[in-house]
Design a binder for this molecule. Structure first.
Ligand SMILES: [Zn+2]
Ligand SMILES: [Zn+2]
Length: 156
């Protein structure tokens, strides 16, 4: 599976491999994600920073404003500026990896759709993935093993 979880930026300066499956995968339809990606939604694989092995290059953080005032750094290739992952909330041990930068983006699928209140009307969702107008209850949705991994990564 790890073979499927290699990726990189558009110019090839940054290459990475995920050394574990993500804890959970978000498809976020919020207005911030739409603006930051210039698209309809963002696909974020939540994973421990330690499970991102850099094979080549090093993305650089670029801060973006947030409604909440909590920090959000988008890590981009210093050459071509492709967004590879995010640090939401200044949590150095947790990353939100953009699935579209994988060599095989089909290797991972959303576990949940969030902020569907601003989902574009022409985006149709299948019934087999839970969807929420805003956010969701992690205790109810995440597998126990993933909750344990998150606790180890960020505490609480
Ligand atoms: Zn690049
Ligand atoms: Zn969002």
């Amino acid at each position: 599976m790890a073979d499927d979880l290699e990726g990189g930026c558009a110019c090839g300066a940054v290459r990475y491999r995920l050394t574990a499956a993500p804890m959970f995968v978000h498809c976020c339809h919020c207005l911030d994600c739409q603006r930051q990606t210039g698209s309809a939604f963002v696909l974020n694989a939540l994973i421990e920073t330690g499970h991102i092995e850099l094979l080549q290059g090093a993305p650089r953080p670029v801060g973006v404003p947030t409604d909440s005032g909590r920090p959000h750094d988008i890590y981009r290739c210093p050459e071509c500026q492709t967004a590879l992952w995010s640090d939401y909330g200044g949590r150095p041990l947790l990353r939100f990896v953009r699935i579209g930068t994988l060599d095989s983006p089909s290797a991972l699928k959303p576990d949940v759709h969030i902020y569907t209140r601003s989902k574009l009307a022409w985006v149709g969702l299948l019934d087999d993935v839970p969807a929420f107008e805003v956010f969701y209850d992690r205790e109810a949705l995440w597998p126990a093993a993933s909750r344990e991994r998150l606790r180890k990564a960020v505490g609480g």
